[in-house]
Design a binder for this molecule. Structure first.
Ligand SMILES: *Cc1c(COP(=O)(O)O)cnc(C)c1O
Length: 397
C-alpha cells in the first residue's frame, strides 16, 4: 500500500510547494528573546515571537523552574485526577483566577486543548455556538467536536452577530465565542457590544485571551480589563505559551460550575498528561511578577506606541491595532516576501503574510512587539523599514 500512498503524498507536497505555501522551520540557536541568533550565526532582532512581555528568557522564571525541577522532579507521569496534581498546579490555577477575576480555573497542556475540550462537555445538539469567522483553529476544531448548532458571523461584525443570535433563539442555550485579539490584524473583539447583544438575546460569552492576556488593557490584564468587564464573562481561555513565559500550557477560567463540569468531562483534561512542575512553578512566578509590577506591560505599550507613531509618520499604513501585533500593509504578496527578505538582510526578523493566510490582496508584514525590545531595537527596526520601504517604492523618499 505505502508505495501508492507515498506517491500521493509526494504529489500533494509538490503542490503545496508550487503554491508557495510550503512551511520551512527556521532554526534558532539562542534562547527566545528580543534578539536571537539563527543557525547561520546571524544575530537578528526578533519581531515574530509571541514573547510579548519578554518572559521567555526571564531570570526569575528560570530560577523558579530550576527550583521546582530540583524539588518536585521532572514529570508527573499521570493525568491530573489520578496522581498528577501537585499543590503547584492548584496554586497556578488560583493565580490565573486572580489575574482574570474569575471563580475557578482548569489547566490544560495547551490552549489548543483548552479550546478543544471546552464545548463538548457543556453543550448538546439542543444548544447553539455563535463563532467569529476569524476565530483560532483550535476554537474551530473544538466546535467541530461538539454537537451544538453552529452559527458563524463575519469578523467583529455586530450586525451579523445580531442576525445569528436571532436565528439561534431556536436553541436552548447560546454561547458566543470570540478571540480577544485577532492574530493577523491585531484588532480586538468589541466585547462591550458583544456583551450587550448577549444580554439582549440571552446568550453566554467566551473569549480566548491568548493574544490579549498580558498585553491588552491598561495593566495588561486582557480584553476584560480593556472593556471593564472583569468577572463578567462565563468562559475565558488562554495560553501560557505567549505572554506568560512562552513554555507550554493553557487554561480555561470562568464560572465555578463550568470549570467543575470540565474537570468531570473535558477529554483533553481527563486523558492527557499534567503540565510538568517546573513549567507550573515558572507560570506562578510570571503571574506574581505581573501582580507586583506593571513595568513590563508599560514597556510593551511604550514600544508599540513608538513603533506605530514613527511608522505612520514615515508613510506606512498599519491596520488599526490595540495589541502588540502591528500589520504593516503592503497588499502585494510578492512584495511582502521581498520586503521580509530585505529586512532580514538588515537583521530584522519579521514575517510576511499573504493569501490564503490573509485575504487576497491584503499581503502584509506582521510585526510583533515585545517588552524584550529596547528603544534602540525599535529604532533599528523602524530605520530598516524606512530604508527598505524607499528601495521598494512603498514609501516616498
Ligand atoms: C496561540 C493560540 C492558541 C493556542 O495556544 P497553545 O497554548 O499554543 O496551544 C489558541 N488560541 C489562540 C487565539 C491563540 O492565539
Amino acid at each position: 500500500m505505502y508505495k501508492e500512498f507515498q506517491q500521493h503524498l509526494q504529489n500533494e507536497l509538490a503542490d503545496i510547494q508550487a503554491q508557495g505555501l510550503y512551511k520551512n522551520e527556521r532554526i534558532i540557536v539562542s534562547p527566545q528573546s528580543g534578539t536571537i541568533k539563527v543557525e547561520s550565526g546571524q544575530e537578528v532582532i526578533n519581531f515574530c515571537a509571541n514573547n510579548y512581555l519578554g518572559l521567555s528568557n526571564n531570570a526569575d522564571l528560570i530560577a523558579a523552574a530550576h527550583d521546582a525541577l530540583e524539588q518536585r522532579g521532572y514529570g508527573m507521569s499521570s493525568v491530573r485526577f489520578i496522581c498528577g496534581t501537585q499543590d503547584l498546579h492548584k496554586k497556578l490555577e488560583a493565580s490565573v483566577s486572580q489575574f482574570f477575576h474569575t471563580e475557578d480555573t482548569i489547566l490544560y497542556a495547551a490552549c489548543f486543548d483548552a479550546n478543544g475540550g471546552v464545548f463538548e462537555p457543556l453543550l448538546t445538539a439542543d444548544d447553539a455556538i455563535i463563532s467569529d469567522a476569524l476565530n483560532h483553529a483550535s476554537i474551530i476544531d473544538g466546535i467541530r467536536l461538539c454537537k451544538a448548532q453552529r452559527y458563524r458571523y463575519s469578523n467583529v461584525d455586530m450586525a451579523d452577530l445580531e442576525k445569528q443570535l436571532q436565528i439561534a433563539q431556536a436553541q436552548r442555550f447560546r454561547l458566543i465565542v470570540t478571540d480577544g485579539v485577532f492574530s493577523m490584524d491585531g484588532n480586538v473583539a468589541p466585547l462591550d457590544k458583544i456583551i450587550a447583544l448577549a444580554e439582549k438575546y440571552n446568550a453566554m460569552v467566551m473569549v480566548d485571551e491568548s493574544h490579549s492576556a498580558g498585553v491588552v488593557g491598561k495593566t495588561g490584564h486582557g480584553i476584560t480589563e480593556r472593556y471593564n468587564l472583569q468577572g463578567k464573562l462565563e468562559i475565558i481561555t488562554g495560553t501560557l505559551g505567549k505572554a506568560f513565559g512562552g513554555a507550554i500550557g493553557g487554561f480555561t477560567t470562568g464560572k465555578r460550575e463550568i470549570i467543575e463540569m470540565l474537570r468531570q468531562r473535558s477529554r483533553p483534561y481527563l486523558f492527557s498528561n499534567s503540565i510538568p512542575p517546573m513549567v507550573v512553578a515558572a507560570g506562578i512566578k510570571a503571574f506574581e511578577l505581573l501582580e507586583n509590577s506593571n513595568t513590563l506591560q508599560d514597556k510593551l505599550h511604550e514600544n508599540t506606541a513608538f513603533f506605530i507613531e514613527k511608522m505612520k509618520a514615515a508613510g506606512f499604513e498599519i491596520k488599526p491595532t490595540e495589541s502588540a501585533i502591528c500589520a504593516v500593509m503592503l497588499y502585494d504578496a510578492k512584495l511582502s516576501q521581498e520586503f521580509a527578505t530585505q529586512l532580514m538582510n538588515e537583521n530584522i526578523y519579521v514575517t510576511g503574510f499573504y493569501y490564503p493566510v490573509v485575504p487576497k490582496g491584503q499581503a502584509r508584514i506582521r510585526v510583533q512587539i515585545s517588552a524584550a525590545h529596547e528603544r534602540t531595537d525599535m529604532e533599528r527596526c523602524i530605520a530598516a523599514f524606512i530604508k527598505t520601504g524607499k528601495e521598494l517604492g512603498v514609501i516616498n523618499n
